[in-house]
Ligand binder design. Structure first.
Ligand SMILES: [Zn+2]
Ligand SMILES: [Zn+2]
Length: 435
């Protein structure tokens, strides 16, 4: 996998060397076989590039964002999905490169801990700024490359929306001596800047990382070994059927629902976030907000609306299509008597869930506000001035719940025929866990 960074650490249980992918949340030790959930401070994973020892100077750790995102260009002619995977400097510091380049792929990362050497500069440039900058660069490049017509279309609709699927901070060490400033990974002098100018320019403060905690992946309720791929945010218990996610210092309950399959046996379950927002609390609200081509029925005024977003790893196009499909299919909406035959469909659905055949939950809840904007903007593309309408609406997701949607494997893709959902399996993470 390109841009898949490696973190090298010591196993907290036996001290053996372990390596994990930067996106992983679960550390597995090849020596003592322990599986531990890695809990970084404040949910934002922080890593350091290693300091090369030297007898002079003091170390300053400079933060860079590592951001992965779905990017959608909202053009009058349609939606153009794309992906971003980038690093960008997160503090205003002179003399350093705007991105880490290939550096973090060449050198293994370590967890940032309070015991690390040096002063940690606070991250003062927010990720939005990074994405705005990316868009400016792209426009300049494409405006030149694609001729006046393309840039004219863009000028009338300056529209690019982002769903941040993963973010972390990666610190690179800088060594400051009495006179010079050095890149402390290689101990190479940074040209064009002297120590006095640097010291005056860099921000104050020491944003020391919180301790990294390692949590046993045992069910806090029943003690059973929890199931989940190494990059999952939610672990499931085979024994008691509960879900768990990382809280501030321990695993806390992650309640979820399971949609029933209509008379067939699921091969897998796909996790979705079902989100509620005040901007469209009912199905009738949504039809009006984005001008869906439907006549509002009186019952729709009372039908609570959920927005559905894939919580599993999906490509940008797949993500948007699945969100549109499920939101408009309105799973779980009140239906006629025919569906009431099963006495307790919810219990039966729960019983059909096999934790080992659930896709990993990788989309953080923090991405839902952005995802809601993208979904509404694309559903309402035909409505004039949709972006102005949305800018004035309350697009904050105020409730969310994890829902597992059953799917059947047809040899090539996972499908849910009732909902019209089709997911290419090559577009989602390996069937149950990373190889
Ligand atoms: Zn170990
Ligand atoms: Zn349990």
């Amino acid at each position: 996998m390109p841009n898949d960074w490696i973190v090298e650490e010591r196993c907290p249980q036996c001290g053996g060397p372990v390596s994990m992918h930067e996106a992983d949340r679960i550390l597995t030790c090849a020596y003592c076989r322990v599986r531990l959930y890695v809990l970084a401070g404040n949910a934002l994973p922080k890593y350091c590039l290693p300091v090369k020892p030297a007898p002079i100077g003091t170390i300053v750790m400079v933060p860079y964002w590592r951001l992965r995102a779905h990017r959608y260009r909202l053009l009058p002619s349609g939606v153009e999905p794309g992906a971003a995977d980038c690093t960008a400097i997160a503090a205003d510091v002179p003399g350093l490169a705007p991105s880490l380049g290939v550096r973090a792929q060449a050198v293994p990362l370590r967890f940032a801990t309070p015991a690390a050497e040096g002063r940690f500069l606070p991250a003062t440039r927010p990720p939005d700024l990074v994405f705005q900058q990316l868009e400016r660069i792209r426009r300049v490049e494409q405006g030149l490359a694609r001729g006046p017509r393309a840039s004219e279309e863009e000028a009338t609709t300056p529209s690019e929306a982002t769903v941040t699927t993963a973010s972390s901070l990666v610190y690179t060490p800088v060594r400051v001596s009495a006179r010079s400033v050095f890149d402390a990974v290689l101990n190479r002098r940074i040209a064009g800047i002297d120590a006095d100018r640097w010291k005056n320019a860099v921000p104050e403060g020491d944003d020391r990382p919180a301790p990294v905690r390692f949590l046993a992946t045992l069910c806090p309720e029943c003690g059973w070994q929890l199931e989940g791929a190494t990059d999952t945010l939610v672990l499931l218990c085979v024994n008691c059927g509960r879900g768990w996610r990382a809280g501030e210092s321990q695993l806390v309950p992650a309640p979820f629902d399971v949609l029933p399959a209509d008379g067939w046996t699921p091969d897998a379950h796909l996790p979705f976030w079902r989100a509620g927002a005040r901007a469209a609390a009912t199905w009738a609200d949504l039809v009006r907000l984005v001008n869906l081509p439907r006549v509002v029925q009186p019952a729709w005024e009372h039908e609570p609306l959920g927005f559905w977003f894939p919580a599993f790893t999906a490509h940008p196009e797949q993500f948007l299509r699945a969100a549109q499909t499920l939101t408009c299919a309105r799973p779980g909406r009140p239906v006629a008597a025919a569906a009431e035959q099963a006495a307790t469909p919810a219990d039966e659905a729960r019983a059909s869930l096999q934790p080992r055949k659930c896709q990993a939950v990788t989309l953080p809840e923090t991405a839902l506000d952005e995802a809601l904007f993208v979904l509404l903007a694309t559903l309402g593309r035909a409505r004039r001035g949709i972006r102005e309408v949305l800018a004035a609406a309350d697009l904050h997701v105020h409730e969310r719940r994890l829902v597992y949607v059953p799917a059947r494997f047809n040899g090539r893709e996972l499908v849910n025929p009732e909902l019209g959902l089709t997911v290419q399996t090559r577009q989602i993470s390996a069937f149950s866990s990373r190889p």
